[in-house]
Design a protein around this ligand. Structure first.
Ligand code: ZN
Length: 270
């Protein structure tokens, strides 16, 4: 992948005939106490000066737009809209910064239905964010979570449920990554030159979880499964030299995995 543009909140690169954007929705600061030593274990103290006090970890919120030759764009997750903290919900501003027309997006593919991935379907002033949206790809097991959000009722007819291995187009497939949320789904783009894994919430605290993939996040639905998924995926990403694109890795959230010690290191795209 070759970086072709970069601004404060957006980065684009090309791979084969695809253009891939990382678009920042903003960030959210969360308690470092949510990080656990492992499934079912207690808090993990992040190394650093403020161990005595509850510290915060800053999570980027990244969305990814895939533009193929011709055709409409596929947006993977769409941020928080106006539904969470003011530091989030800025995807529309980032798109304007990048010169992207939101009406060019035909598909939103959701990794899961937590609000910071989903609510950007609606703008802060209540409009539909993507005028030409014709499909919302979502795991079968995540549909109930979507239907539980009454304010998203107007989008239900667009839901296109997928299972592990289903294809969204000739180059893009769904890949189950269970553990974090019901039906947590990754998407894999095979551009012909690169394999890029859009891995959603597989990793929340990159500064800790690449080196120690066994560390879990308290909001993982099933910490044991999430941990096993993370261990397996990082191994695969390294073995296949795939790129990782993570929703909460420091923006732009795109890079490769290297082995380091008994774990891994993240090598951000340059
Ligand atoms: Zn998330």
């Amino acid at each position: 992948m070759i970086v072709t543009s970069q601004s404060a909140n957006a980065l684009s690169c090309t791979s084969g005939s695809w253009k891939i954007w990382s678009l920042s929705d903003g960030h959210v600061d969360m308690s470092a106490d949510l990080l656990r030593r492992g499934p079912g274990l207690g808090k993990y103290a992040l190394p650093g000066p403020s161990q005595q006090e509850p510290s915060l970890v800053r999570l980027s919120v990244n969305c990814f737009l895939l533009e193929g030759a011709g055709g409409q764009g596929v947006l993977i997750d769409c941020g928080a809209g106006g539904q969470w903290e003011p530091s989030l919900g800025h995807l529309d501003r980032t798109m304007a910064e990048a010169g992207i027309d939101p009406s060019s997006i035909g598909t939103v593919a959701l990794t899961h239905t937590h609000l910071d991935h989903l609510n950007g379907l609606i703008t802060r002033d209540g409009r539909e964010a993507f005028a030409n949206l014709n499909r919302i790809v979502i795991a079968h097991d995540a549909v109930a979570g979507f239907v539980d959000e009454p304010h998203l009722e107007r989008f239900r007819h667009l839901l296109a449920p997928v299972r592990d291995g289903d294809r969204l187009n000739d180059h893009l497939a769904a890949l189950a990554m269970p553990g974090h949320a019901p039906g947590h789904m990754a998407y894999v783009l095979d551009s012909g030159e690169d394999r890029i894994l859009f891995c959603g919430d597989l990793i929340h605290v990159p500064a800790a979880q690449f080196a120690r993939p066994e560390l879990t996040w308290a909001y993982d639905l099933d910490q044991s499964i999430a941990c096993a998924t993370r261990v397996k995926l990082l191994r695969e990403a390294f073995d296949t030299q795939a790129w990782l694109a993570g929703a909460h890795m420091a923006k732009p959230g795109l890079g490769r995995v290297a082995e380091e010690g008994s774990g891994y290191a993240f090598l951000p795209i340059e």
